[in-house]
Design a protein around this ligand. Structure first.
Ligand code: CP3
Length: 350
């Protein structure tokens, strides 16, 4: 199968020449879009949306209908994997994700098993296939997963956390137990991403949202080492095309050289790192994705354009930059502001 008509996103990740700097936004399908809220209302809940391939396909395409985005990202959630491992994911209103059965006891951890993605996460694979058909090779489709450490945070804490006290206590007291969770989760993530690639995902991103709050030595041992194994075991080519991988460790700016060395094609940057400096540090080892502060989208159109141009100029000339935000778009973002951003990025010639 050929590359999509607009393949600038894939070319930038592989540092091949591009026509313009491609742009997509983390959480581009979400609550800041009224049409998303409408579909979610019809579905009854966020999880119903994720578990219905046709509805997941519908909301995946919503931001592409509004804006000239250069990639689609599968609509799902990172926590579907621990849900498939039997932890019982639910969303309490206004409280974010929670698990009915967080992992605490040693016997539960010993019993943990990686799910078969084609059975227990069949609805995700069906969504990937349906989205690829609907996209009809217009732009590439990104598949994704959480990193093993980020998934373990939710699995052990039982939900979001301010201080990660439970998982960090485990890390210092019983590193063997945390390593056991990470081992199983690494198998689960590898199988899950490869199943997405086989179902049609043309690039994959690993979201390591919480790796950045670890001490440096622990980041390498408990997060980066497992992502390295996943990247090594990913399917590299599908239908004759390279399937690039992106690693996004939020708060990982001080470890860019180490991340670039694990074999991924691109690094996602949050907004606290200077993208020009990041490029000098990683050289031609990887492409870079990012990194506008999502809060900049609350400023005027003119301020948004100026900030976009500053980041584009900071990256400099040549391919290897995928424009994005430094984290997910806020649910309070005015949708019109996103048009100003996408247009400003596309007017630039790298
Ligand atoms: O980028 C996309 O458009 C694809 C969809 C996507 C979602 N979640 C949809 C979602 C992706 C890639 C994710 C990843 C995800 N989920 C991460 C890693 C990235 C990050 O943001 O750091 C994490 C940590 C999660 C876990 C999660 N899911 C949380 C903490 C929440 C609640 C956050 C909130 O804003 O309320 C979710 C829910 C969620 N995932 C929503 C969406 C659109 C909001 C659900 C709703 O409609 O109520």
């Amino acid at each position: 199968m050929a590359r999509p008509k607009n393949d600038n996103f894939l070319r930038a990740l592989l540092r091949e020449p591009v026509d313009f700097t491609p742009v997509w936004l983390m959480r581009q399908a979400g609550r800041y879009l009224p049409e998303y809220c409408e579909t979610r209302r019809r579905a009854g809940s966020f999880l119903n949306l994720c578990k219905d391939p046709s509805l997941a396909c519908e909301v995946t395409l919503q931001p592409l209908a509004r804006y000239g985005l250069d990639a689609a990202i599968l609509f799902s959630d990172i926590l579907t994997v621990p849900d498939a491992m039997g932890l019982g994911l639910y969303f309490a209103d206004g409280e974010g994700p929670k698990f009915e059965r967080p992992l605490r006891d040693e016997w539960e951890i010993r019993d943990l098993q990686a799910p078969d993605p084609n059975v227990h996460l069949r609805y995700v694979m069906d969504a990937v296939a349906e989205i690829r058909r609907a996209l009809a090779d217009s732009v590439p489709l990104i598949g994704f997963s959480g990193s093993p450490f980020t998934l373990a945070c939710y699995m052990v804490e039982g939900g979001g956390s301010e201080d990660f006290r439970t998982i960090k206590t485990m890390l210092f007291d019983r590193p063997d137990l945390l390593h056991r969770i990470l081992e199983v989760t690494t198998t689960a993530v590898t199988d899950y991403l490869n199943a997405q690639i086989e179902s049609g995902a043309q690039a994959v991103q690993i979201f390591d949202t919480w790796g950045g709050m670890l001490p440096a030595h622990a980041y390498r041992e408990f997060s980066l080492a497992y992502m390295e194994r996943i990247v090594a075991d990913l399917i590299k080519r599908r239908d004759g095309e390279r399937v690039p991988s992106i690693v996004f460790t939020k708060g990982g700016g001080q470890w860019l050289e180490a991340i670039a060395a694990i074999g991924c094609d691109a690094i996602g940057l949050d907004w606290t790192t200077d993208i020009g400096e990041a490029r000098r540090r990683v050289g031609d080892k990887v492409a870079l994705q990012g990194n506008m502060d999502p809060m900049a989208l609350f400023a005027s159109d003119e301020a948004v354009r100026k900030e976009a141009r500053r980041i584009l100029a900071g990256y400099g000339s040549g391919s290897g930059h995928v424009f994005n935000l430094g984290h997910g778009i806020s649910q309070h973002t005015p949708p019109e502001r996103v048009s100003a951003l996408v247009d400003a990025v596309h007017q630039h010639r790298p």
